[in-house]
Structures are given as structure tokens and as C-alpha cells.
Design a protein around this ligand. Structure first.
Ligand SMILES: Nc1ncnc2c1ncn2[C@@H]1O[C@H](COP(=O)(O)OP(=O)(O)OP(=O)(O)O)[C@@H](O)[C@H]1O
Length: 311
């Protein structure tokens, strides 16, 4: 398990110097920046809160979740704070940027299978951890798989992840705002199950019926929504875009994707089971990733600028 830095990052914009833009999303822009007191390069995501149709407390909670979660394949925020009408999320800087970005820049036909197996294996490890902690990511996609200069893979943006036990308005408001169409499918039963779990806990019955609940949970596992997105992401990485094919994929790749894209959520494998799939035996080391897909890449800001001109 990765060491969690005890370092306290400053929560004042004056302590950061913004450099160039390295990415943008629907309501946020990401910059490379310098944390002046530590003389350390970081990435800062600045969310325009006026553009987010979610409540501020909700977003704060999500960022907090992001900073509490600790796994080598999950992106940990250093800190976050609000300034005027924007939210600043300070994160480690990843030289490679996202897989989507790398593909658009240098691998238009998608990655080769050993690369895909390595990337997806690392993402799956993150999902096994998240699901084990009672979270669903809800936004697994190539744009959220980041790579650092050493080829280490991190799943980002699980700040939009939902707790499987979240209920009420909060869950409803999330449904209107999070996830990316095509990668994410709504999971209608999670709401009901969350209520049931809470009722049992209130009446102190939870532990007595844990076994029964365990099998009930197996019948309607909300985490299987991530398995669907994971399958779509596999296709995205193979062909540079989701979900059409140009090259015939390997048998084990096809089988793995087919297992994820089963319509009935309860027939999809859990993240833990999926990790044991034969396809991931093709996975290699982080160094292999760095050598294969990062070597020779221009700095992220330069790549981002070039791609923006093309778009
Ligand atoms: N810590 C980071 N280091 C390096 N690059 C990053 C970092 N965080 C984000 N990026 C880059 O910025 C891009 C935009 O990130 P962001 O999380 O805002 O958007 P997104 O998830 O791709 O989009 P959307 O808002 O549509 O979900 C990423 O795809 C990635 O290329």
C-alpha cells in the first residue's frame, strides 16, 4: 500500500502558481501548477461552481471522499478549497495525462493488447478496493485513467463516485449529474437496497441478517454498473473510441469484454472475479507502460495545446 503523505498542502490560491492548461472537462479546467511553499509541481483542477448543477456540500463531500481513500491505483487529492465561485482540487501531477489524451495524440488506432491488459488490470485493482469499501466509481473511462512518468496507473475522478449506502435527495441529484453516457448505466435497485440496509441498521438487525443480506446483495450488486463501464473502457482503449471495432481482438479480450457487457447486472462478474480473468495474464509492468506509451511524448501542456488546435 502506498505511503500517505502527512504533508499539509496550503489551502490558499496565493500559495500556488498556475502554469499552462493540461486538460479540461465539462465544468472544470486542469492546470499544471507550482505549490510555492513546497516548490513542488502539482495539478490543479478548478471547477466553476456556477456551471455545476450540484450543491456545494455534495461536491465537498465528494472531494473529501477522494482525499480519504487510499490505494496505489486511485488518485488522492492533496487538498481542496473554494475561492470565489470556484473549487480548487490540488492533486499530484501526472506527466502522461489520461489514456484518452495519449491515444488521441499518439495511438489513434488504440493500444496494443499487453498495454490494455496492464492498464485495465491496474484499474481493476482500484475497483476491487473501491467496491470493497462500499463505493461505486460511476465514471470509469479512458479519460479518467491517468499515468505518471514511471508508468504507474491511477483511476481519477472517483470524486463523483457514489457510496452504495447513499440515500435520498443526494442520490437523486447525483443521478442527474454524474457519470458519462454510454459508459454509465443507471442502477435502479441500489436506491431500494440502501433504504433496506439503513432500516436494518436502525433496528439493530443488520448483523443478524448479514448472511441473508449477503446473498441479497449478490442478487442486486450496484457495483456491477462499474463493470459495464469497465467493458466499454476496454473497447475504447482497443480502438481509440467506444465501442466500434477495427482490428479483430484476441479471444481472451473478447471473452473478458463480453463478460462485462452482459445486460443483466447480476450476471456480470464482480471486480474481484474479473481480475482473475485470463486476459490479465497479458499484463506487464509499469516500466513496460512507460517505455511503450510514454517514451518520446511531448510535455502534457504542449500535447494539450496541439490537440485543442486540431479540435
Ligand atoms: N492530476 C492530473 N495530472 C495530469 N493530467 C490531469 C490530471 N487530472 C486531470 N488531468 C487531465 O485533464 C483532463 C481533464 O480532466 P477532468 O477530470 O476535468 O475531465 P474529464 O473527467 O476528462 O471530463 P468530464 O468533466 O467530462 O468528466 C484529463 O482527461 C487529463 O488528461
Amino acid at each position: 500500500m502506498e505511503h500517505v503523505s502527512e504533508k499539509k498542502f496550503p489551502v490558499d490560491p496565493k500559495d500556488y502558481k498556475l502554469y499552462e492548461e493540461i486538460g479540461d472537462g465539462v465544468s472544470a479546467t486542469v492546470y499544471r501548477a507550482l505549490c510555492i511553499p513546497y516548490n513542488e509541481v502539482v495539478a490543479i483542477k478548478i471547477l466553476d461552481l456556477e456551471k455545476c448543477n450540484n450543491d456545494l456540500d455534495g461536491i465537498r463531500h465528494e472531494v473529501k471522499t477522494m482525499s480519504l481513500i487510499n490505494h496505489p491505483n486511485l488518485l488522492n487529492a492533496h487538498c481542496s478549497f473554494t475561492s470565489d465561485m470556484s473549487l480548487w482540487v490540488v492533486m499530484p501531477y501526472f506527466f502522461g495525462g489520461s489514456c484518452l489524451h495519449i491515444m488521441k495524440y499518439a495511438h489513434l488506432e488504440g493500444f496494443e493488447e499487453p498495454v490494455i491488459a496492464t492498464l485495465l488490470r491496474e484499474v481493476l485493482k482500484a475497483l476491487v478496493y473501491l467496491h470493497g469499501q462500499g463505493h461505486i466509481d460511476r465514471d470509469v473511462k479512458a479519460g479518467n485513467i491517468l499515468i505518471d512518468a514511471n508508468g504507474a496507473v491511477k483511476l481519477a475522478d472517483f470524486g463523483v463516485s457514489a457510496c452504495m449506502f447513499d440515500i435520498g435527495e443526494r442520490q437523486r441529484s447525483r443521478n442527474s449529474f454524474v457519470g458519462t453516457p454510454c459508459w454509465f448505466i443507471t442502477y435502479p435497485f441500489s436506491f431500494l437496497i440502501a433504504y433496506l440496509m439503513l432500516l436494518l441498521e436502525w433496528f439493530d438487525l443488520y448483523w443478524y441478517v448479514e448472511d441473508i443480506l449477503g446473498s441479497f446483495w449478490d442478487l442486486f450488486p450496484p457495483s456491477r454498473a462499474d463493470i459495464w463501464s469497465f467493458g466499454i473502457t476496454a473497447l475504447e482503449l482497443a480502438h481509440g473510441h467506444a465501442p466500434f471495432s477495427k482490428h479483430p481482438p484476441m479471444k481472451s479480450f473478447k471473452e473478458m469484454v463480453a463478460a462485462c457487457l452482459v445486460k443483466d447486472p447480476k450476471k456480470r462478474p464482480s471486480s474481484e472475479k474479473l481480475l482473475k480473468h485470463n486476459f490479465f495474464k497479458n499484463g506487464r509492468t509499469n516500466e513496460y507502460l512507460a517505455r511503450t506509451i510514454l517514451d518520446g511524448l511531448a510535455p502534457l501542456g504542449e500535447r494539450f495545446r496541439e490537440l485543442k488546435v486540431i479540435v
